[in-house]
Design a protein around this ligand. Structure first.
Ligand SMILES: [Fe+2]
Ligand SMILES: [Fe+2]
Length: 206
C-alpha cells in the first residue's frame, strides 16, 4: 500500500529515501509530494509526470554535505548559504542517475533535472512545472509539520515562524494555486496561534 505515492513514482521514492534521511528531508519530501498533487488539482496546465518526480528527488543532494552544517545552510540568517547551491548541483546529478535506471517508464530527465538544479537559488520559474515544484517545496513550511520543525531548527516561536512565512516566504510563491493554498495555511496557523486567547475573551475585554 503506497497511499498517495503514484505507482510511477514509487521506485523513485525507494531510490531517493536513502539520500533523504538527513534533517527530516524524507518527511519533508512526502509532504511536498502530496502538496504538489493538491496544486496539480488546481492548476491543470502543468504536467504531473514532471512536477511529482521533481519533488520526489529535489533534495537528495543534501546528503552529500556534512550533516552538522545542513541546518546552518538555510533559514533566516544562514552561516553556509553557498551549500544551498551545492545540494542543487549534487541532487541533479544523482537524480539523473536514478531516472536513467528506470527502464519501465521514460521520464523527461532533462526537464526534471533542470528544475532540481535551481529549485532553491533560481527565484523565477523556467516552466509551469518548475513553479509548482518550487511552491510545493515552500508550502511544506506552512504545514504543522514544517512549523514545528522550523521552531526547533531556528529556535523561534510559532508566532515568529508565522511572521517569516507572511513576510518572506509568501512573496516568493510563483503560482496562483500556491498563493491560494498559502493563504489557507496561514489562516489555519493564525487560528492556532490565537485560539486560546480568543476562547478566553470575556465580554468586557478589549
Ligand atoms: Fe532544496
Ligand atoms: Fe525541499
Amino acid at each position: 500500500m503506497s497511499h498517495f505515492i503514484l505507482k510511477r513514482d514509487l521506485p523513485l521514492w525507494y531510490e531517493a529515501r536513502p539520500w533523504l534521511d538527513v534533517r527530516s528531508n524524507d518527511e519533508h519530501t512526502l509532504y511536498a509530494y502530496r502538496i504538489g498533487q493538491a496544486l496539480l488539482e488546481v492548476d491543470k496546465t502543468a504536467d504531473p509526470a514532471i512536477v511529482l518526480p521533481a519533488i520526489m528527488l529535489h533534495d537528495i543532494g543534501w546528503k552529500k554535505l556534512p550533516e552538522d552544517k545542513l541546518t546552518q545552510a538555510i533559514g533566516p540568517s544562514p552561516k553556509y548559504p553557498e551549500l544551498v547551491r551545492v545540494h542543487e548541483v549534487e541532487g541533479a546529478k544523482i537524480a539523473a542517475e536514478i531516472l536513467e535506471r528506470q527502464t519501465d517508464i521514460s521520464f523527461n530527465i532533462q526537464h526534471i533535472t533542470d528544475i532540481i538544479d535551481g529549485h532553491d537559488t533560481r527565484p523565477e520559474a523556467i516552466s509551469n512545472e518548475d513553479a509548482l515544484m518550487k511552491d510545493a517545496d515552500k508550502l511544506w513550511r506552512y504545514t504543522r509539520h514544517g512549523i514545528i520543525k522550523m521552531e526547533g531548527w531556528f529556535k523561534k516561536t510559532h508566532a515568529e515562524i508565522h511572521d517569516i512565512l507572511v513576510d518572506f516566504v509568501t512573496p516568493q510563491l510563483l503560482s496562483d494555486a500556491g498563493r491560494s493554498l498559502a493563504q489557507a495555511y496561514l489562516a489555519s496557523s493564525e487560528a492556532d496561534l490565537h485560539l486560546n486567547a480568543l476562547m478566553a475573551l470575556e465580554k468586557n475585554d478589549d
